[in-house]
Design a binder for this molecule. Structure first.
Ligand code: HSE
Length: 308
């Protein structure tokens, strides 16, 4: 069995418009890397973080907290050292904390001979999400671990379903370089919804799942709507409405807030359209004057990948 492993930890788009806290998808072209080593010393030691200014103390780091949750459920008597190479910025809305917490637990599980199921790994990684946002949401960590699209059908008991990925689906993500903390963007949400909004939202969740399984791109397009969260959170994102209408005009199937923002995502059929959407998003943001990163990616159907 290996003593050291290097993994790719994918970025993820949570919510996918209609599925607040229940839907998510993993990306191929954006993600962190992490090196995890077995040590005879007990516990988790974070030895290096490159690319971001994040705490090295185990209890203050999402990878550390998720790793400790795994260790406490394991009969392994040693510990682990972790090096984190961050490419996903914290507060970006594309699952930065989820990449770190899932990378840690998946790498450790591999080094221990895979004693834990994906569902258990999600439960450990959710402890990292709790540290980052105050809430144990699973809609970023589930796709990072299972790959592809995932649905959290239930939180209690935890029930996660991996959903089919249509072959021609591409994601475009623009990440304006401002930070929105998930904890802050959750505080502004209402805690109740109207029956009328609920009816629209669960109609769209069902439609999106059916569209993903049947690879019906028109149905996917009709279902990428959010009547509950987007109207409130979009106020925090400069030029959101312009980016959305420019993306739809460029041919996107749908466009919305990625996770808790500020990143904005679009789904498209085919790479060519996804690249046109990227250009349309950039045209808007070049006028806004806020620096941004832009990504066009296929869906990562595998989740955390072993690099070496
Ligand atoms: N479902 C979470 C939220 C995702 O929207 O707050 C955070 O990335």
């Amino acid at each position: 069995m290996k003593n050291e492993i290097k993994v790719f930890c994918p970025a993820t788009i949570a919510n996918i418009s209609c599925g607040f806290d229940v839907l998510g998808v993993a990306l191929d072209n954006v993600g962190d890397e992490m090196v995890v080593k077995k040590t005879s010393k007990k516990g988790i030691t974070i030895t290096k973080i490159e690319g971001q200014n994040l705490p090295l103390q185990t209890h203050k780091n999402v990878a550390g907290v998720a790793g400790l949750a795994l260790l406490s459920a394991s009969d392994y008597e040693g510990g682990f050292e972790i090096e984190i190479y961050k490419k996903i910025k914290a507060g970006s809305g594309i699952g930065s904390s989820a990449a770190s917490s899932t990378g840690a637990v998946c790498a450790m599980n591999k080094l221990l001979g895979e004693p834990f199921s994906n569902l258990e790994l999600v439960q450990f990684a959710m402890k990292g999400e709790e540290l980052a946002s105050g809430v144990q949401h699973a809609d970023n960590v589930a796709p990072a671990i299972y790959g592809g699209f995932t649905l959290v059908r239930s939180y209690s008991p935890l029930d996660i379903i991996k959903i089919n990925t249509p072959k021609k689906l591409y994601a475009t993500v623009i990440h304006p370089q401002i930070e929105i903390k998930t904890s802050d963007s959750r505080k502004i949400l209402k805690t109740t919804i109207s029956l009328a909004d609920g009816i629209k939202q669960w109609g769209n969740v069902g439609g999106l799942i059916a569209g993903l399984y049947t690879e019906d791109y028109d149905l996917i397009s009709r279902s990428l709507e959010d009547h509950i969260i987007e109207p409130i959170r979009s106020i925090l994102i400069p030029a959101f409405d312009n980016v959305k209408s420019a993306s739809l005009n460029a041919g996107a199937l749908g466009c919305g807030i990625s996770g808790s923002g500020p990143s904005i995502y679009a789904l498209s059929k085919g790479k060519e359209t996804a690249e046109k959407v990227a250009q349309a998003m950039q045209n808007i943001y070049n006028k806004v004057g806020i620096p941004y990163d832009i990504h066009v990616s296929t869906v990562n159907t595998e989740g955390i990948k072993t690099i070496s």
